[in-house]
Design a binder for this molecule. Sequence first.
Ligand code: DGY
Length: 319
Amino acid sequence: MAGVVVTSRLPGTAVERLRAEHEVRYRDEDSPVPAADRPVLLAGAEAVVVTLGHRVDAAFLDAAGPGLKVVANVAVGYDNVDLDACRERGVVVTNTPGVLTDATADIAFSLVLMVTRRLAEAEREVRSGRPWGFGMFQLLGTSVHGKAIGILGPGAIGLATARRARAFGMSVLLSGRSAPDPQAVADLDAEVVGADELLGRSDVVSVHVPLSAATRHLVDAAALARMKPTAFLVNTARGPVVDEAALVAALEGGRLAGAGLDVFEDEPRVHPGLLARDDVVLLPHIGSATVETRAAMAGLAADNVLAVLAGREPPTPVR
Ligand code: DGY
């Protein structure tokens, strides 16, 4: 029997499946493990299942000890895991791609509609109790059909967002470090362009790049200055990809029409300049938050752990 540590509450049958084959230390709490509790919880683990709130660094790995074989991140992004520290210790890292693509793209396109049609503002208006009635000039938004969406990072989630945009009558521009799947480009009737061209031509820019040293503040003051003053920015990837101070300055200066954000630079802190604005829609990192998706993510993390502990290649390793 191997020691599997599940560091926070998981939905679905993942924990049961792990228990069927291994001894499992399960922390049944929906919050990250406080640093002080780590040594006792992690000591002697062969596998650790973590969620995004955990920073898996050298100290975390050392708390588990030299027997650790795998860190299974219950997320597609893995910027919370120090890959070098894992590699040095021979620890395999896995993530959960694929299973959250549609749920996250749904939220990305929901943000497009929310910010362009002023839906959060409109909902707040009804709840305010102020008298309202149909008005020709009340809460006028911006139509999306006939406009261009620019997908920065045309991986699985970016392309799934583009498919939703096509269904709403938008044209699609794609830009990324690697060339997008040619069949997807053809199906979307999309144009593959450079990042500067995408920023300059898009009516909505939707960010889908993973966070790395190369993408931190990819959307900075200079990038925002390339966007049309009538354009909207949507980010469902990682907060630090966008320079929030520069975003606030662009909005305050009237150089951008609005933003829809599911992620923030310093979660759960939100820049006060964003909180103060009606042209910004703010969601608490819920891209993958459906019952079905979270169960699938936990299930895939369990598959990864079971494979590594059985000496097999895990289904979704981080290369
Ligand atoms: C991820 O998987 O990386 C999302 O941000 C959370 O589900």
